[in-house]
Design a protein around this ligand. Structure first.
Ligand SMILES: [Fe+2]
Length: 631
């Protein structure tokens, strides 16, 4: 009898588990995570903009559908010159559906150069947060400032670099040099137990759905979401947007035997990148997801964006030997190299900034290059780039780089390089710290490297943060800033180092001070949340440690079951708000109401519609959402 009871109970639990798993797939596609701000519905992932030009800019959002449906969603958008959205200058509408993961990307044209704009999206009468963006100057530009980031491992810590940048708000655009996401499974790459941040999905990302979910996790990060909202982004991918140490036809972290053809994974990765980031597709390109492109800031800066990963890179083969030193070896590929040469030759701007992934200048330890994943593994192509610059007398070339979770300032030495005078340098390179990804903790390591690499003028191997590139007609200066911690949400940071290159010089100079504040007038920040659906109870500032695994069924008829990962839930309050923000249901529950970490709510009295729910425990909230639909 006891056995039979256990068996029937076991079967019931198994059924619930299987049902929950089925529903979980449903929820994953609709909600992606429970850490949502109800006031943003259905625009939980915020808004973004990017690839600005004098007369146009990309604006972006994602609509989270209420149900899994093949139905397309009509989204309208408008752009104004004021935060109140009264002086509308452009508007339109666009249909989105699952073919683009319900993302929305519009190239808004007909704009005025060098101008701040505000924009918002609307679906079914619900408005998105208001975004802010800026067009580039068309001709004269005296001064520009970019905030530059790379390597943001969500599980390694808080994105305080993004938080600090947003707080400073003194730059024209954010440049991301790659590793915007990481591809590993949950806990697979330096998870930080102090922050307990977990990305979705839990598995290593391989399929299109996987990549989409990982971007969803990132866009739900409050610091990143708010930074996207306030500044245009200009981005290139590095390896982890596909897989570690990616090259044209494979990656170190890809096993075809178990993970399928790399070409399929690469295609998935590129598609999701173009869906989820505000990047412009290149008209006429054979590859719809071609990364290399150029953005021009008046007569001051050409950002020449390169793809040293997926377009034409030969497989890594260390740093020595016949394969590495072959004259035919490529990092860019023939067509991209030729495109780069043409962009350099035809540039009409003072500064030519090569915006790319891996370190360009050589790096040797005990006289030997050590990283075959950098340009050190592709010496012939590096020489071709330097020769093109020098043989065509192209001045004012600056390389900016991410990838290696450490900060560097390099002259780019040719065979005649003199480290005392800087003569024989082809240009300069600035390499930035990671947002959170781990560097190398090696006391004295940076000094030792500089001693044996005389062209390396600064190195820090372990700090996290960002750098500012401040550009005017006389010089380009790099200021490195490091955050104090990534273990908790914090605005604390310090200025660590500044170096610059003068116009018509090709080598670095030292300065002790960070760039002075710009004289330009910076625009007004856009409001974070223009409307509230669910009341935000006073004093609730943080999300709960409550892990809501599942809400099912959804849509629901008479009851819904909340399934938690926590097994120690003693009491709390569940509140449901209807789509007007009115409280429609409240339940104070105790531990005796829980069964197998599940709580059942009787919703038979509720009207049909969409409900935002909160579970309040220990003064903190967890959010969920479901659809009531009974005939
Ligand atoms: Fe990285």
């Amino acid at each position: 009898m006891i056995t039979k009871l256990l068996n029937s109970k076991f079967k019931a639990r198994l059924f619930v588990f299987l049902f929950a798993t089925l529903c979980n797939n449903f929820i994953a596609q609709t909600l992606r995570t429970t850490n949502l701000e109800p006031c943003l519905a259905p625009f939980y992932h915020g808004v973004a903009s990017g690839d600005p030009m004098p007369n146009k800019v990309i604006i972006w959002t994602r609509v989270t559908p209420d149900t899994v449906s093949a139905n397309p969603i009509l989204v309208s958008w408008q752009m104004a010159t004021d935060t109140g959205m009264t002086n509308i200058v452009q508007n339109g509408s666009k249909i989105t559906d699952n073919n683009v993961d319900y993302t929305v990307k519009v190239d808004v044209t007909g704009l005025t150069a060098n101008t701040w704009y505000y924009y918002e999206f609307t679906v079914n009468g619900l408005k998105s947060p208001r975004g802010r963006t800026r067009t580039t100057p068309a001709s004269n530009a005296d001064s520009l400032r970019f905030a530059i980031v790379s390597c943001a491992n969500y599980e390694a810590g808080y994105f305080n670099a993004y938080k600090v940048m947003l707080n400073r708000a003194d730059f024209d655009a954010v440049i991301c040099l790659g590793d915007y996401i990481y591809e590993y499974a949950a806990g697979g790459y330096s998870p930080n137990p102090a922050v307990n941040r977990q990305w979705l999905p839990a598995n290593e990302i391989i399929s299109l759905s996987d990549y989409r979910q990982r971007y969803s996790t990132y866009h739900l990060d409050e610091d990143l979401r708010r930074l996207h909202q306030q500044f245009p982004f200009i981005t290139v991918w590095d390896d982890h947007e596909s897989a570690n140490d990616a090259w044209m036809n494979g990656a170190e972290n890809h096993t075809s035997a178990t993970e399928g053809p790399f070409a399929v994974r690469k295609s998935n990765a590129k598609q999701a990148y173009f869906e989820w980031l505000p990047i412009r597709q290149t008209a006429g390109a054979a590859d719809p997801y071609q990364l290399f492109r150029k953005l021009t800031y008046g007569n001051l800066v050409d950002l020449i964006m390169l793809d040293t990963r997926l377009h034409g890179r030969d497989v890594q083969s260390g740093t020595t030997g016949a394969v590495v030193n072959a004259s035919t070896r490529q990092l860019l590929g023939t067509d991209q190299f030729s495109w780069l040469g043409n962009r350099l030759d035809s540039s009409t701007t003072r500064w030519k900034i090569l915006t790319q992934q891996v370190m360009f200048a050589p790096l040797k330890v005990l006289g030997q290059a050590v990283n075959g994943d950098q340009w050190d593994g592709y010496p012939a192509e590096r020489t071709r780039v330097m020769n093109h610059i020098l043989n065509n007398n192209i001045s004012d070339v600056v390389v900016i780089t991410g990838d290696i979770h450490s900060s560097w300032a390099n002259d780019i030495p040719t065979a005649s390089y003199n480290s005392s005078t800087g003569s024989g340098s082809a240009g300069v390179e600035f390499v930035g710290p990671s947002v959170t990804s781990p560097g190398i903790s090696l006391p004295g390591g940076a000094s030792a490297i500089q001693l044996s690499n005389s062209h390396i003028k600064y190195a820090d191997l372990s700090q996290h943060g960002f750098y500012i590139l401040d550009v005017n007609n006389n010089r380009t200066q790099c200021d490195w800033f490091y955050v104090t911690t990534i273990d908790n949400s914090s605005l604390a940071y310090t200025h660590a180092k500044s170096m610059y290159v003068n116009h018509l010089e090709r080598f670095l100079r030292n300065t002790t001070s960070a760039s002075l504040p710009r004289q330009s007038v910076f625009g007004t920040l856009a409001p974070i949340c223009p409307r509230i659906i669910a009341p935000n109870p006073a004093g609730i500032a943080e999300y709960s440690d409550l892990k809501l695994l599942n809400v099912f069924p959804n849509p629901a008829e008479n009851q819904i079951i909340l399934s938690f990962l926590n097994n120690d839930i003693k009491n709390g309050t569940v509140t449901l708000y209807n789509s007007l923000g009115q409280k429609a249901y409240e339940l104070n529950f105790t531990g005796s109401d829980m069964y197998n970490s599940q709580l059942t709510l009787n919703i038979s009295e509720l009207n049909n519609g969409i409900y935002n729910g909160t579970v309040k425990r220990n003064g903190k909230l967890t959010f969920f959402k479901f659809v009531k639909n009974s005939n």
